[in-house]
Ligand binder design. Structure first.
Ligand code: SAM
Length: 246
């Protein structure tokens, strides 16, 4: 049987569509549902935006996603004042979700937007010591802005943290997401943001796991200096969470 190029493309498209349909139906009937009852209730009540529903569907780490959602809800229910911040933005995936969860809060975003720096890498041990300034350098600030697709509350500060932080030294924070992978920026982030965190505000440090020794050490060292207890979340890569005492 001789097939034309057109027929080959046609059959390929039909097969792809069938596979996707089977995958979708399988997931619908047999897939595990990680959605908390409170989320499903909020969706039913029309309290979750279309964008956020779409982001939830595609984000693989459901525990991380829903912890953010419950924290943002708590901040609003308890009327905790302050803005949002993220240290370690990369292409903007987590920032996009957090912004969609509360577009009314100003959101300060810190990153070199050029990957790790040699000075931070120098002190690393374990797997992080094998990383180079090329890691996470494949990003671009205008593409990040476009990807987040947010409003005027999104503020980006390209450059080395903590050097870029002085511009927000008088600001109060309600939620801070630190996702910088290495000891030095993680420690600098904790030292900068914790004293500026509102009572009841939440500070999250991603990658609290043995692959990122520097993150564990930075968090553990810092915890010795504050009265709060650390909560470790069972999300995919481990998140260390501190809620500032009221
Ligand atoms: C794991 S990525 C962030 C991922 C992002 N939060 C997400 O979920 O998509 C880590 C980022 O931290 C940034 N970073 C690390 N050290 C930094 C420093 N000292 N100053 C600014 N940015 C830094 C890197 O450039 C990189 O983009």
């Amino acid at each position: 049987m001789n097939l034309t190029v057109f027929q080959v493309i046609n059959y390929s498209l039909i097969i792809t569509a069938l596979v996707m349909l089977i995958y979708y139906m399988w997931d619908l009937f047999f897939g595990q549902n990680y959605q908390p009852v409170s989320w499903m209730h909020a969706v039913k009540q029309g309290q979750v935006s279309r964008v956020l529903k779409m982001l939830e569907r595609h984000y693989p780490d459901k525990v991380r996603f829903f912890n953010w959602w419950f924290q943002v809800r708590r901040l609003n229910d308890e009327q905790i004042p302050g803005v949002f911040a993220e240290l370690g933005v990369y292409k903007g995936e987590s920032a996009r979700i957090l912004h969609a969860m509360d577009p009314l809060r100003i959101f300060h975003l810190f990153d070199t937007f050029d990957g790790f720096t040699a000075i931070d890498l120098k002190e690393e041990r374990g797997e992080a010591a094998t990383y180079t300034p090329d890691n996470f350098s494949d990003t671009d600030i205008s593409r990040v802005v476009h990807y987040i697709g947010g409003n005027e509350n999104i503020k980006l500060y390209p450059g080395y943290f903590p050097e870029t932080a002085s511009i927000v030294s008088d600001v109060r924070f309600a939620l801070v997401n630190i996702d910088a992978d290495l000891y030095r920026p993680t420690r600098a982030g904790l030292e900068f943001f914790y004293p500026r965190l509102s009572p009841g505000g939440v500070l999250l440090v991603h990658d609290y796991n043995p692959k990122w020794e520097g993150v564990i050490t930075a968090v553990n060292d810092f915890m010795k200096t504050i009265p709060e207890s650390l909560v470790i979340l069972p999300d995919m890569y481990g998140t260390a969470m501190i809620i500032r005492n009221k």
